[in-house]
Ligand binder design. Structure first.
Ligand SMILES: [Zn+2]
Length: 91
């Protein structure tokens, strides 16, 4: 009878070990997916956070010009009209 209990114990421990391994393998891809989502979100916000040099508005797309002192200026659509009047060169 002792051998039967020993076998039951071994099977039980193996079952617990398998369950732990199974849940770890389940939880790993979830965390990595979360990291991917966060990095994608950051990329999107960084792209949308560009400010116009003149009016300081946050715009999705800026047009870049080389300024008078060699500085690069990012301008929104409205301000790029002003830049054309000032003969700034688009990059
Ligand atoms: Zn502007």
């Amino acid at each position: 009878m002792k051998i039967v209990w020993l076998l039951a114990g071994i099977i039980g421990l193996a079952g617990i070990a398998l369950a732990v391994f199974f849940f770890r393998s389940l939880s790993k891809p979830k965390t990595s997916q979360n990291v991917v989502h966060i990095s994608q979100y950051k990329k999107k916000t960084a792209r949308g956070a560009q400010k116009c040099t003149y009016c300081k508005k946050r715009v999705d797309s800026l047009t870049f010009y080389s300024g008078h002192e060699g500085k690069v200026i990012g301008l929104c659509r409205d301000c790029s009209r002003l830049a054309k009047h000032q003969d700034l060169m688009p990059i």
